[in-house]
Write a new protein. Structure first.
Length: 239
């Protein structure tokens, strides 16, 4: 059982005082009846509604966001738009945060959650959670380049002279300027630094997979959706 003002505050990204005011104004119903801020709701049995819309209680939530360029992976920023700004009102929670970061000019899959333990597991190199990227390169790769890139990346390359990366995978395509790179860690600007060390530069970068979950093709850049329980279970697995 949870106090209804706390329930509404957590589920609708309100302050406790805002939730209490909404309850006193009759905007919140428990099983179709008006309630008081101190009343309690059974998260599993009771039906709670706000302005006629049913509000489901979820202790933890996972959101898949297709991040566009120019947006930063943060909850708040005074100068730039953040991934939190792109979450629609019906999914907003005060405790949501992006699990990991993409550069401001990188697009694609950002996992947003309020589950700190899951985020830690996903980000920890110990768990070897794969992140797959589409990489567009400045210079086309010859067959010799491909062999060198593959061997270097698979061996766990060193970037910036002394920073060792874990072994990774590079997958080539018919386009000599377009590859897939699969990492199981997330060092600062890692993909760009790896390609620079190999003598090339990244012109476009997009993350398309985390663990066993692929970015939903139906999501346009800037759009997001709540993830299913099955997807959340797959977020830390290998593909």
């Amino acid at each position: 059982m949870t106090r209804i003002d706390r329930f509404i505050s957590e589920m609708l990204c309100m302050t406790r005082s805002q939730a209490q005011q909404a309850i006193r104004s009759g905007r919140v119903l428990i099983n179709g009846s008006r309630c008081r801020p101190q009343d309690k709701a059974d998260e599993d049995a009771d039906t709670v509604s706000f302005d006629g819309r049913e509000i489901k209680y979820n202790k933890y939530i996972g959101i898949m966001l297709n991040k566009p360029k120019g947006v930063i992976c943060a909850t708040k920023d005074r100068l730039s738009d953040t991934v939190s700004d792109l979450i629609p009102p019906e999914l907003r929670r005060r405790d949501l945060f992006p699990a990991g970061r993409l550069d401001k000019d990188t697009t694609g899959f950002v996992f947003i959650t309020n589950n700190g333990a899951l985020a830690h597991d996903m980000l920890s190199p110990r768990h070897h959670t794969e992140k797959e990227y589409e990489v567009t390169l400045r210079d086309p790769l010859s067959d010799a380049d491909k062999m060198r890139y593959e061997e270097t990346v698979a061996a766990g390359m060193t970037i910036d002279g002394d920073e060792k990366c874990l072994p990774a995978r590079i997958v080539f395509t018919d386009d000599p300027k377009f590859v897939h790179l699969v990492l199981c860690e997330g060092k600062f600007h890692q993909v760009k630094r790896m390609m620079h060390t190999l003598g090339n530069e990244v012109t476009e970068l997009r993350r398309i997979r985390i663990g066993g979950v692929w970015l939903d093709d139906a999501l346009c850049e800037g759009q997001c959706r709540e993830m299913t329980a099955a997807e959340i279970e797959q977020i830390c697995t290998k593909h």
